[in-house]
Write a protein that binds this ligand. Structure first.
Ligand code: MOS
Length: 707
């Protein structure tokens, strides 16, 4: 009996497509009131006056909350800060002072008996501002080194191995490539929403869109100065997040404040427009990379500078330059990372945080180097394949990147790609082919899980983790089914609730390497408790009892001391460009991935083709357009922020090379989420160059940039 490795459809699929799945805003809570935000319309300044009279007199309004009438929360700092939070600065304390830090910041909140009334009354709040000078231009001249705390958290200002500057000067072939990745937004289907309900004893229940319910509980406990044991956070379904649900955003505290004020449960559902400035985004990042190589293609020097944006109140930093240090064998590598503070809300992780951006820079530059060398871009990658981690010198716990390159190239038909003019031209269009590597470090964390066996032969797996879409429900069911020797249909999974055993962030591609092992461990404990060997009858061992529950856990071992672990991939793109219209169609993408053991090939493929679609967006359509004069995102809606739609997507093929990493963790998985985005945009941009000869050095590659 092997559930692991089977292409099982999502166990939560029927609930999702029939509307039975309850997302944060869907919970039917008695006596529910609704909150709506009033957002700042200047990027910096002070609130000079707020006139709330018209709003207060509007139908259904229960309260209008501003900094003038909202209590100050204790906001006890959390030390150490969770991994997803900026290491320096202070989180936004909404409605606590008159300072405006960015356009879109909440400056007032209306609570009413219905959502329509709350939103209508919010329009009636009159705010006047005393604006001050705002930093709304991304100016590299303001770039500063990350703080010591940020550097310590793996985002150092400067790193070097060897003598890259000297080696660059001596290199036989060099390229020097600038590049701009603009601000991108998560634009998940489900908007963020929180329902807050206080009970008579001062306990708080939060229904929140979250990738990390335990973190929300801790943060809100600290913010309100109450014991976190009195808080329960529930988030059983998440309609996509891509990282936007990792932090505890200000609106969660605001929902709890509103419920406290009106003495009723309150729902605060962010509008699509508010999502752009009240949750995070992928920060604009500008790059300059210099590559040097010998004539035979051996990399002799890499010098990579990147500058990312952050807010004025928190220092958010990314691991943008990690791939530069680890992807290729090169003795002389320097990275320089800087940050620019701006009057914007704080960025946050977004799928492949840092890495996807960094690989766009690195992999487009590698394409330029291949051209300068007159070398096949694939041969250049193979020539510089890192057999050990070039940064630490440690061996990889597993690495099948060569197989990814070779098998994906074969499936794509890379060797036979059209190269002469006639073969490249089809009607109005030019065919272009490009490729890139993909890389994402693999991590695991600590988690607990429980499994309960019932006399009817059913089993229940419980853990606080979320499932934002990759298939946690399904994959954990598969792990438990195999570990208990039960048919998959007899295993149920309950997640997304702080009442369940503690789990880490559902992010950073760590869920299966972490929770998967905790569930397997809980199942082993259950067997031990009942004294049943593999293949034995667990139900009979219950001996007439209704059920038996066992808890298990998993935490990183010593593997990271001796090994580096990462997921790898190779991606090939074929585009069709109409040089007169400037349109780019992605005709085909082929990705081969080394992600360790694949628990569910169907969901794993979904994860990868989802990443490909997001990569098409990164390459061709997505940009949060920021008006420097206003300090405002101008396209904060789904009509003008262009996420790719079906018509933008050609044939997608994702497959997995032989891989099973038992050094990294007992289950052998490496993690599959971020890797699916890494390299995709670079492969497409490289293919656009192949079709047109253009090096655009900026995404998205929109028609006006081509013509
Ligand atoms: Mo992912 S950015 O870790 O949700």
């Amino acid at each position: 009996m092997n559930a692991i490795g089977s292409p099982i459809s999502r166990v939560d699929g029927p609930a999702k497509v029939t509307g039975a799945a309850t997302y944060a805003a869907d919970f039917a809570i008695a006596n529910l009131a609704h909150a709506a935000l009033v957002q700042a319309s200047v990027p910096a300044g002070r609130i000079a006056a707020i006139d709330t009279r018209a709003a207060e007199a509007a139908p259904g309004v229960l309260a209008v909350m501003t900094h003038e009438n909202t209590r100050r929360l204790p906001w006890h700092p959390r030390d150490p800060r969770p991994g997803v939070d900026p290491k320096s600065g202070e989180r936004l304390h909404p409605l606590e002072d008159d300072l405006v830090r960015y356009d879109g910041q909440p400056v007032a909140m209306v609570v009413a008996t219905s959502e329509v009334e709350a939103r209508a009354a919010a329009e009636l709040v009159r705010v006047s501002y005393a604006p001050t000078a705002a930093r709304t231009r991304f100016d590299p001249a303001y770039g500063h080194e990350p703080s010591a705390a940020t550097a310590k958290a793996g985002r150092p200002g400067d790193t070097a191995r060897g003598d890259p500057e000297d080696a660059f000067t001596r290199s036989e072939v060099t390229v020097d490539v600038p590049f701009v990745q603009p601000r991108e937004q998560h634009v998940a289907m489900e908007p963020h929403a929180t329902i807050a309900a206080w009970d008579d004893e001062g306990g708080l229940t939060l229904y929140d869109k979250s990738q990390w319910v335990d973190n929300v509980r801790t943060e809100i406990g600290l913010a309100f100065g109450i014991d976190e044991k009195r808080i329960r956070v529930i988030s059983p379904f998440v309609g996509g997040a891509f990282g936007s649900g990792l932090r505890t955003w200000p609106h969660v505290a605001m929902a709890a404040l509103a419920a406290e004020r009106v003495g009723r449960p309150v729902r605060l559902a962010l509008t699509r427009r508010a999502l752009f400035t009240n949750t995070g985004y992928r920060p604009r990042t500008e790059s300059r990379i210099r590559l040097g190589a010998d004539r035979d293609g051996t990399l002799s020097s890499i010098v990579h500078e990147a500058i990312g944006q952050t807010s004025t109140y928190e220092e958010y930093a990314e691991t943008t330059l990690t791939p530069t240090r680890q992807l290729y064998a090169c003795e002389n590598v320097a990275t320089h990372y800087r940050l620019v503070d701006m009057n914007v809300n704080t960025p946050s992780p977004m799928r492949g945080p840092g890495a996807a951006t960094g690989q766009l820079f690195l992999e487009t530059a590698m394409d330029e180097l291949a051209q300068a060398l007159g070398m096949d871009p694939l041969d250049l990658r193979l020539k510089n394949l890192a057999e050990r981690d070039p940064d630490s010198g440690k061996p990889w716990s597993s690495k099948a990147l060569r197989a990814c390159y070779e098998q994906a190239a074969e499936r794509f038909g890379w060797a036979d790609r059209p190269r002469d003019d006639a073969a490249r031209t089809v009607g109005h269009e030019r065919i272009g082919s490009g490729m890139a590597s993909a890389f994402y470090p693999a991590h695991r964390s600590k988690a607990r899980a429980s499994v309960t066996l019932y006399a009817n032969g059913g089993a229940m797996v419980q853990a606080a983790t979320s499932d934002m879409g990759p298939g946690t429900y399904t994959a954990l069911s598969q792990v438990a089914a195999d570990a208990l020797g039960l048919p998959l249909e007899q295993v149920r999974v309950e997640i997304g609730d702080t009442a369940l055993p503690q789990a880490p962030a559902h992010g950073g591609s760590i869920t299966m390497a972490t929770l998967g092992n905790a569930v397997a461990n809980a199942c082993s404990r259950l067997r031990e408790d009942l004294g049943v060997e593999n293949g034995g009858d667990l139900v009979a061992a219950l001996g007439g009892r209704d059920s038996h529950r066992a808890e298990g856990s998993s935490s990183p071992g010593k593997e990271a001391q001796d090994y580096e672990s990462a997921a790898f991939g190779a991606i090939f793109a074929e585009v069709r460009v109409d040089p007169e219209l400037g349109t780019v169609r992605v005709a085909r993408l082929v990705g081969g991935y080394d992600v360790g053991r694949v628990v569910n090939p169907k969901l794993a493929r979904s994860q990868c083709i989802g990443g490909m679609v997001q990569g098409i967006g990164m390459a061709l359509t997505e940009e949060a357009l920021f008006d420097e004069r206003l300090g405002r995102v101008m396209n904060a809606n789904l009509a003008e922020y262009l996420a790719p739609v079906c018509a933008d997507v050609g044939a997608l093929e994702a497959f997995f090379v032989e891989s099973d990493d038992r050094i990294f963790n007992p289950l052998g998985v490496k993690g599959l989420a971020e890797i699916a985005l890494c390299g995709v945009a670079a492969a497409i941009v490289n293919a656009v160059h192949d079709a047109t000869g253009l090096r655009l050095h900026r995404v998205p590659v929109t028609p006006e940039r081509i013509v």
